[in-house]
Design a protein around this ligand. Structure first.
Ligand code: NAP
Length: 312
């Protein structure tokens, strides 16, 4: 098995990982980015962002390409599509074993991001790809002139519901309360969208169909009334969970698994930093992920320099 030694290994090639990679390699430490998927992270699937400073509107994929080019400029080595076998954050050096290589690193920056939360109802897993989808940008076009339901009341649910109105003849937004969590500006746009119909105080109890989804069973949480709603597709957008497979339990995390850090992005384990959506943070945006990446990398570089001083 090939052994690859780096000062810093970054787990995850999204905005936090690329920003960390750019800062670390520019800080003259050898840096690798490892990802289990293609590089680019969650924003690669966003049709458009209009809140990344400097770009009043830019495609998510395009922005991530720019992040990657910027990291490339300073010599980050990239390892996408890795099959990870084990991660030891506590040992020194830290060791990440993949099916092909053993990576050894003085520091690890965790930038693995987050994944969609599941509704956990009957029919959800069964109908994935046959009416249940967690990515409106990927699958929206399949619902031309169809009826779909989006579940949730946050920015993701409302924005994705509006995106789906470009294709679908009608989009129901099913929310468990009678007030949205999404930003006010997003709410205003949604309320003026004629194809969007809000189903308040309601939760999905079951997703039904034969080959494809045909119905969601709803329960009104105020009245207890259960009813069927005819839909061709269901898009749950009820929040996110951290990607911590392979190292959960080795560092301090909150009850959902998000990683606790201090303001320098340091975790409870020496030499391990966590940046972006995977950590406990009040705002999860591309700009905050990039900011976290910069801070984490600067402190990882300082940690590496301090180690060199000790060993000289
Ligand atoms: P979120 O803000 O946590 O919203 C999750 C929504 O799902 C909430 O409305 C919540 O209801 C509902 N929910 C949670 N669990 C549920 C369940 N089991 N059943 C039914 N409904 C449930 O998550 P998000 O919208 O995915 O956003 C995640 C983060 O990314 C946020 O910080 C958000 O601001 C950010 N984001 C920003 C943008 C942007 O600025 N353009 C776009 C997308 C996402 P309650 O409201 O009742 O809790």
């Amino acid at each position: 098995m090939a052994i690859k030694e780096f000062d810093t290994v970054i787990l995850g090639g999204g905005p936090a990982g690329f920003a960390a990679g750019m800062y670390a390699s520019r800080g003259a430490v050898s840096t690798a980015i490892i990802d289990v998927n293609m590089l680019g992270g969650q924003p690669s699937n966003y049709l458009e962002l209009e809140n990344y400073p400097g770009f009043s509107a830019i495609g998510g994929f395009e922005l991530m390409e720019k992040f990657e080019e910027h990291a490339d400029k300073f010599g980050v080595e990239k390892f996408p599509m890795q099959e990870i076998e084990s991660i030891d954050l506590v040992s020194n050096p830290k060791i990440i074993k993949t099916s092909e290589s053993e990576f050894r690193a003085k520091t690890v920056i965790i930038a693995t991001g987050a994944k969609p939360m599941k509704l956990g109802v009957a029919g959800e897993a069964e109908f994935v790809g046959r009416g249940v989808s967690y990515c409106a940008v990927c699958d929206g076009a399949f619902y031309k002139d169809k009826i779909v339901a989006v579940v949730g009341g946050g920015n993701s649910a409302v924005e994705e519901a509006m995106y789906l109105t470009k294709f679908a003849s009608k989009v129901y937004l099913i929310h468990r309360r009678n007030e949205l969590r999404a930003d006010k500006i997003v709410q205003e746009r949604a309320f003026s969208n004629e194809k969007l119909e809000f189903v308040w105080n309601s939760v999905v109890k079951e997703i039904k169909g034969e080959d494809l989804v045909s119905t969601v069973v709803l329960e009104n949480v105020k009245t207890g009334v259960v009813s069927d709603l005819a839909v061709n597709g269901v898009f749950p957008y009820i929040g996110i969970l951290p990607n911590v497979d392979g190292f959960s339990g080795q560092i301090e995390q909150d009850s959902k698994g998000f990683i606790l850090t201090d303001e320098t992005m340091k975790t409870s384990v020496d030499g391990v930093y966590a940046v972006g959506d995977v950590r406990v943070t009040p705002l999860r945006q591309v700009v905050t992920a990039a900011s976290d990446g910069a801070i984490g990398a600067v402190y990882a570089v300082r940690y590496i320099e301090a180690l060199k001083e000790v060993t000289v």
